[in-house]
Write a protein that binds this ligand. Sequence first.
Ligand code: AMP
Length: 113
Amino acid sequence: MADCLFCKIARGELSTDFLVETDQAVAFRDINPQAPTHILVIPKKHIPSLAQLQPEDQALMGELLLLIKELAEQQDLGDGYRVVVNIGRDGGQSVDHLHFHLLGGRSLKWPPG
Ligand code: AMP
């Protein structure tokens, strides 16, 4: 989508450093980190949110989760980490392009606010 921030990042238009890039996804550091490690993993395909997922996205979602697992290993998060997907306004979603937050590097509290 032309005006979508994360689509622009995925297309490489904003000079973002990617930790990983595959045919279908990219991972990059959150600009406003909430933990020592805070990485965003996004599909290149524009999916507005988890609520708009379609059956044909099943394999893509599997690829993203495996990518997150590999990133967590690369980032030395063996003591644990959290994967978060915010959905919609009440869910705290501020960018309308599906993204997974990978948070770690400190002891995370539960429940989140
Ligand atoms: P959410 O609130 O779940 O939609 O998460 C959106 C995240 O994107 C927030 O944690 C922001 O800090 C992050 N963010 C916004 N703009 C950028 C950017 N240009 N580069 C990296 N992260 C960003």
